[in-house]
Every structure is written in C-alpha cells, then in structure tokens.
Write a protein that binds this ligand. Structure first.
Ligand code: ADP
Ligand code: MG
Length: 340
C-alpha cells in the first residue's frame, strides 16, 4: 500500500511564482527518481500552502511512470508511531528493513521528528541506506532546515544535501487560477467578480481559500440565496476573523496577566514565585504558538530571557497541561481569550 492520494496530482497543482521551484523540482524527481541531484528533495513552507499535495503528486506521478517501483508516502507522525510500536514488539530490525527496500520514500511534516531522538536515529540509518543505493527521498517540513529545532545535526545536514524548495504564499493571479480550477473540477459556476473578491481577501493559505469558496457555495445552496458580493463578504469576513488575525506578544502578555490579575511588570519580573513563573511560561508558550517570532525574540520581549528559557517554558507548559488539570484549564481559558 503506497498510501498515495490520487486526487493530489501535478495536473491540479497550479503553478505560480510562489511554488515554481518546488513544483519543477518535484517534476524532475518524478521523471528520474533517485537520478537527480535533488535527493533528498525537501519542500518547506507554512500551513496550507500545498506541501502535502505536492508530496503526493510526486509519488502518484512516479507510480504512473514506473509502476514497478515501490513508493511509500507516510507522515512523520505515523512513521514515529510505527517505530514505537516496532520497538515495543521487538521488531526494530523488521521496521528498518521494511523501509530500506523502498524505492521512493516520501515523509510528510518531518518537523514532527523534533525532540524524538530514537526515531531520528532510525530514520538516519534508513536515509543513509536509501541514499547510498540511489533511492529517492522526498521530505516536507513547515520550516527550512536552518530553522528546525531539536533535530540532530547529522540529520539536518543530510536534509541539506539535495534541494530545499520553499512554497510561498501564492500571488493574486495564482489564487484566482486555483479557485477557478477547483470550481471547474466541482462543476460549479461562479461570477468572476466573486472569485476575484475571495482571492483578493484570502491571501495566506490555499486551504482557507478553498474553504471560503466551499462555504460560499454551501451558504448559497442551503439558504437558496444567489451568490452575490454581499454573501461573499459575509463568508470571507468569517474566515478572515477566525484565522488570519495575528496576535502580538504584547497582547498575549496583557491577556495572560489580566487572567491572573497581575500587571505586566510582575509577569516579566525576576521573581521565582510559582504562580508568576507559570504566568510567564504561559505567555511564552502562547507567543510561540500564536506568533511567528523566534524563541530568542519572544524571550527578549517577555522579561529579557534567552531562547533556552522560552524553550523550557514551552516544554513545561506542554507537560503540565497533560498532567495537571487546573493548569490545563488555564491553557484552555487563555486560548479562548486569545482566539475570539
Ligand atoms: P500543507 O500540507 O502545506 O499544509 P496542503 O498540501 O494540504 O497544504 O494544501 C492545502 C489545500 O490547498 C489542498 O486542498 C491543496 O490541494 C490545495 N493547494 C495548495 N496549493 C495548491 C496549488 N498550487 N494548486 C492547487 N491546489 C493547491
Ligand atoms: Mg500537510
């Protein structure tokens, strides 16, 4: 079982400046798996920009051209789970062997391996074996190798052996073509000005772009309303409100300190009082979660701490929210306040 999704093809992966490098490299790899210098091919970029789609398209195209090759698509998360199960059942060698005889290995969202040293170790050995034997490896990640955290250096350096191609946010023209293509495939007609309106207003994520159109079609058919600009405005507004707003680190500190009824100076202070430390750690955790700021920049904005302190804070919050009910409630409450 290749786990490939035939709906994700090159044909319906529309090309634009934002993805040309990744798409072309993907095609080159599909034409000559293991036979280009793009090995591994690492595709990286933000949420909803087409990494998973492109990863499948490469696999599907290879299967088409080389039916005898074994191609496997797997998420890094599932790979990790399989590995843990294999270790439990004393099947570690079978696991390794299974992956070493694959011709094309596609692993999605490798950032998931961060901090998982056992899985990284086994992947390192599998990778080396495949690479030495001229087999193709395709990886996707939500960040560039240089920005990946808690991934072993030797693995990171392998990631950089081939080509890293970024998927960027598509420009307006590309967004329009993606929408038109989707409507065409779904057999839905939509006025040009509405398509333009949606494409103009939803910019940073193709999944949301498609989601808005789907929602628009549903609204119009369930409520028996015509698709008008006014309806489009309502639908788009909902999407933009729910997902696009970027919160600032200042705002997060304000929400967290209000929640614990302390002022921001207290939250940032050097004190080791437990409830203040926890409030500060929560602010760091949410800054990591809701902003694009680096650990170092979060640290410097929340009481002049260094990046290691922020990293530690994020881990502490993760741990506490899975072991401490009261603490989990803090996380949930603050999450809600930050997302309305
Ligand atoms: P990611 O894995 O980067 O989060 P996905 O691959 O899941 O993103 O893409 C999100 C949605 O956007 C999918 O439905 C995908 O088909 C669509 N999509 C992304 N980029 C393109 C593109 N260039 N052309 C057509 N559809 C695209
Ligand atoms: Mg994905």
């Amino acid at each position: 079982e290749s786990q490939l999704n035939p709906n994700y093809s090159f044909d319906n992966f529309l090309e634009g400046d934002s993805n040309r490098l990744g798409r072309s490299a993907g095609l080159a790899v599909a034409n000559k798996p293991g036979g280009t210098s793009f090995n591994p091919l690492l595709v990286f970029g933000g949420v909803g920009l087409g990494k998973t789609h492109l990863a499948h398209a490469i696999g599907v195209d290879i299967k088409d051209k080389y039916p005898e090759k074994t191609v496997l698509y797997i998420s890094a998360e599932k790979f990790t789970q399989q590995y843990i199960d294999a270790v439990k059942k004393n099947n570690r060698n079978d696991f390794i062997h299974f992956y070493q005889i694959i011709d094309v290995l596609i692993i999605d969202d490798v950032q998931f391996l961060s901090g998982k040293s056992g899985t990284q170790d086994v992947f390192f050995h599998i990778f080396n074996h495949l690479h030495q034997n001229g087999k193709q490896v395709v990886l996707t990640s939500d960040k560039a190798p240089v920005d990946m955290q808690d991934i072993e250096q030797r693995l990171l350096s392998r990631f950089k052996w081939g080509l890293s191609a970024e998927l960027q946010t598509p420009d307006f023209e590309t967004r329009v073509s993606i929408l038109k293509n989707k409507l065409y495939r779904d057999g839905v007609e939509m006025p040009e000005d509405i398509i333009d309106y949606v494409a103009k207003n939803i910019k940073s994520n193709v999944r949301e772009l498609e989601g808005a159109i789907i929602s628009l079609i549903a609204q119009s058919s369930f409520n028996k309303k015509e698709i008008t600009i006014d309806l489009a405005r309502v639908v788009v507004e909902k999407f933009v409100k729910n997902t696009k707003r970027e919160v600032s680190i200042d705002y997060i500190q304000k929400v967290v300190s209000d929640y614990f009824q302390m002022d921001i100076d207290t939250l940032q202070s050097k004190t080791r009082k437990r409830h203040i430390v926890q409030a500060r750690q929560l602010a760091m955790f949410f800054a990591k979660k809701f902003t694009k700021a680096s650990l170092a920049s979060i640290g410097s904005q929340i009481g002049k701490r260094d990046h290691a302190t922020v990293l530690h804070a994020c881990k502490t919050v993760d741990n506490l929210s899975s072991t401490d009910k009261q603490f989990r409630k803090y996380v949930e409450d603050i999450s809600k306040k930050l997302s309305v």
